[in-house]
Design a protein around this ligand. Sequence first.
Ligand SMILES: [Zn+2]
Ligand SMILES: [Zn+2]
Length: 429
Amino acid sequence: MPTIKNFRNLEVSPMNITIHRGSHQIGGSCIELSAGNSRILLDIGKALPSLDETTLDETALLPGVKVLIDKKAIDAVLISHSHGDHVGLIGQVKPAIPVYIGKAALHIYNTTALFTGGKTLANPTFFFESGQPLKIGDFTITPYLVDHSGYDAYGFLIEAGGKAVVYTGDFRDHGKKAKATEYFKKHLPSGIDALLIEGTMMSRSTEALETEDQLEDKARELMQSSNQPVLVLQSSTNIDRLVGMYRAATRSGRLFVMDIFTAHIVSQLAPSIPKPSSSFDSIRVIYPFWLTRKMFEKDHVHLMNQFSRYKIKREELSQRQDYCLLFRPSMLSDLQHIDQLEGAEMIYSQWSGYKHQKKIKAVLDFADQKTMTLTDLHTSGHASTQALKAFIQQCNPRMVLPIHTENPDGFLECGNRVYLPQDGERIRL
Ligand SMILES: [Zn+2]
Ligand SMILES: [Zn+2]
């Protein structure tokens, strides 16, 4: 067993890859790459909570990662995007270790921390510029923006010691940034030694993969054909979806109502993203009762006041039908205090698997009590099996290493270059 002391001069191969977690599961991804005297981590995610919500929130680093962090044997951590299953354990990384992340992704991470009582990132931070190479020790890393349900998501070309590795991060090609994925795929050099590719849909392949634009059309048709309020259950950080719902709402003459947390999330994103500002008509902000109380208790008055001129009260919503309201399960008590929701429209716009969760069941029961019409409008944040195969074909790597999948075997039909490692196994290139 080597001691930590000589970790840095152990590397006899030009580049080594260790999937610390993710070789056989979705979420909690963490990959170590080492070359020469340098070592980096790609993502440092929390395992996804079980659907029955019986598992405790993960707070500890994996032992194999902790030992590297404790001994400062890591030059940097690169975060592909702001989903918790990729960034969730970043708070456990020593503050001296630099973190590389998308600027908007960091904003989403920090805003979420502020609103949920977590810690904002304290490490030195460097931002990705899509297509612009950056140097970390012996590594040259080129980040590329990719299409994903998480905003500001990146895939990477990583070069060192004459070897080249590609990590896709989470990606797809049927969202509103499909062209970004296409650009990434087409700009990869030939002779890639290893491709670390996500494979979420290898086990969820029966889900229909509509495009975000098709979904937006369906939402618009629904909103135009109804004269009732429309409630949309979706993640506040699924920005493609939010954009689609905003367009559907405004094209059907509706107010678009988001809560104060969502307003803060979108506030720092690209100018084209709908947000409460003078550039967008018809956006109002609801202040959920419990969240507002918690934020005032924590002295976050300034955050709460930031969008106060766009505030819409439950009393006003009780008197109108011409709105589309984005909500989360934690806002159920607010919905219970809005009048005239009998017969309203509810759009379920997230993964159907979450319907097993207690908090989602409570929302669906509420919809039932109010005789609402429930419509499922969702498409995956992840690449279809066809898109995964097309990526492999275009990248044409010497080795394919599946990650972020419950069905790595599903990749075996892509030929004998597919290698299925175990978590913690070192792969020498
Ligand atoms: Zn993920
Ligand atoms: Zn993701």
